[in-house]
Design a binder for this molecule. Structure first.
Ligand code: NAI
Ligand code: MG
Length: 495
């Protein structure tokens, strides 16, 4: 039985806000172009398994056409344009996205399975903010501490994942264009539709043809982009495994590379923390976006003295989580993005059971079709368990305990990752003491999963290298002095 105090009447967002075409082509050189192979693949709504559309499957020839279009736009138009004019296009894109914000939110929810409340209030507004923010940088790069006369790489190849499709597009495209690069973007195979709506926005903004090119496809399409000799820089967000393979493929070339990979973020709750706020932060940390978040607070580290009380409060709070139709404005937890991801979550939670950790789930019911997983917490977890070490990328929390602050730090840093962490305590000095010792790129204090275009985001160790957002996020799109020298001597640079 559900213990909710309130029952909510259905509050569905309208699907009529979007019109989805039965098929889509690549966006190359300012036009929609069919795949050279003639092949397509289906993208579905993971909440219903309904086929939404069939999208072009890009191969090496499509990538080649897109890279050529990007190179031509870079050489003939974009690199010659005054920075202030470049900025105007970014402002225009941001405003057009604002006008179509509701459409973007509905399309993202249908294609990805995440709740409309999140796409409407988080993904889409943040994506727009990234364009506004970077529009402002376009003509101020000389004052950004990036060195004298900062220069773009040229053509950037960008590969993005399915967990925040439009937002990851914005994190990649906005800084690349602001710094004067042109781009070839490869969206994830399960979520290509908002990128294709973004292509229409580029057309409507009058963006010169070839400045943004979008080739849809799978891992092979991504690999063709990475190995294309006409690319000057690769930016990748996704799994650590693929990130490592890209780093290997690029070693020995002069292509620049930035990687934003996985994580196993520690969320540390000290005994003096405001517990009710911490509970909400824990829920936000691991159940936001179904836990498909690289910086999720997927390892809860609780001081032993408050463990039982905190778990009791957390379970009571979890009974209130509404799971179901992502298009309903009251839904908190939507669908798992794909069958493959659901199988990965199931495999790792089974490993948690087999290794002796104790699972708990609220008593919610799940829809019949689609891919679903109940929010889950595991107690009795040891640091050696797979659920404490591996990225689950789902709504599953591993709870560990500690006695002293030193033990909390040792356990938090006991991971090959280093993307995010959280600290909950009433004492400011303890926040600073803890943050200084945590090996994580982003640390939240008495909050979690807060994002802003002005704040750099990125990791340590196997979580990747390079930053996105803020002044630091411009750097990966700027050619460094040393490669400028190489270009002058005739090597590298333009191909
Ligand atoms: P993935 O890393 O395979 O996919 C991410 C993107 O890379 C997609 O656009 C994909 O088409 C592309 N890609 C795949 N293989 C490639 C290759 N060899 N060369 C170039 N591009 C390639 O991630 P996947 O399979 O969707 O998810 C697997 C696991 O990765 C998840 O369970 C999760 O743990 C992690 N992940 C982490 C993300 C993050 O934001 N850190 C995002 C997505 C997944
Ligand atoms: Mg889909």
């Amino acid at each position: 039985m559900r213990m909710s105090i309130f029952e909510y009447a259905p509050a569905p967002e309208s699907r009529d806000v979007v019109s989805i075409a039965p098929t889509y082509d690549h966006f190359i050189g300012g036009k929609f172009m069919a795949s050279k192979s003639g092949k397509r693949f289906a993208t579905i709504n993971p909440a219903t398994e309904e086929v939404l559309s069939k999208v072009a499957l890009g191969n090496a020839a499509d990538i080649d056409a897109a890279v050529k279009a990007a190179r031509s736009a870079y050489t003939k138009v974009w690199s010659k344009m005054p920075a202030k004019e470049r900025g105007k296009y970014l402002y225009r894109i941001a405003r057009l996205m604002q006008e179509r914000a509701r459409e973007f939110a509905v399309l993202e929810t249908l294609d990805n399975g995440k709740p409309i409340r999140e796409t409407r209030d988080t993904d889409v507004p943040l994506a727009i903010q990234h364009f506004f923010y970077h529009a402002g940088w376009a003509d101020k790069l000389e004052y950004a501490g990036l060195g004298e006369n900062p220069q773009p790489h040229g053509v950037a190849g960008q590969i993005i994942p399915w967990n925040f499709p439009l937002l990851m597009l914005a994190w990649k495209v906005a800084p690349a264009l602001a710094t004067g690069n042109t781009v070839v973007l490869k969206p994830a195979e399960t979520t290509p539709l908002t990128a294709l709506l973004f292509a229409q926005v580029c057309i409507d903004a009058g963006l010169p043809a070839g400045v943004v090119n979008i080739v849809t496809g799978d891992g092979k399409t991504g690999a063709a982009l990475v190995s294309h000799p006409g690319i000057d820089k690769i930016a990748f967000t996704g799994s650590t495994e693929v990130g490592k393979s890209i780093a290997r493929a690029l070693s020995g070339t002069d292509k620049a590379l930035s990687l934003e990979l996985g994580g196993k973020g520690a969320n540390i709750v000290y005994e003096d923390a405001p517990l009710d706020q911490a509970v909400d932060g824990i829920v936000n940390g691991i159940f936001f976006n179904q836990g498909h978040v690289c910086c999720a607070g997927s390892r809860l580290l609780v001081q032993e003295s408050i463990h039982d009380l905190l778990i009791e409060k957390l379970q009571r709070r979890m009974e209130q989580i509404r799971i179901g139709d992502p298009m309903d404005k009251n839904t908190d937890l939507g669908a798992i993005n794909s069958k493959a991801q659901l199988e990965k979550i199931e495999e790792l939670t089974q490993a948690g059971r087999d290794e002796g950790a104790k699972p708990w789930q609220p008593s919610c019911s799940l829809p019949g079709n689609g891919f679903w997983f109940r929010p889950t917490i595991f107690t009795n977890v040891s640091g050696a368990h797979r659920i404490a070490r591996e990225e689950i990328f789902g709504p599953v929390l591993a709870v560990l305990t500690f006695r002293t602050p030193a033990e909390a730090i040792a356990k938090a840093n006991n991971t090959p990752y280093g993307l995010s962490a959280g600290v909950w305590t009433e004492k400011g000095s303890r926040i600073l003491w803890t943050a200084k010792r945590l090996k994580a790129g982003v640390i939240w204090a008495n909050t979690f999963n807060k994002f802003d275009a002005a704040s750099p985001f990125g990791g340590y160790k196997e979580s990747g290298w390079g930053r996105e957002g803020g002044r630091h996020g411009l750097l990966p799109y700027i050619r460094h002095a040393i490669s400028r020298e190489t270009t002058k001597s005739g090597k590298g640079g333009k191909r």
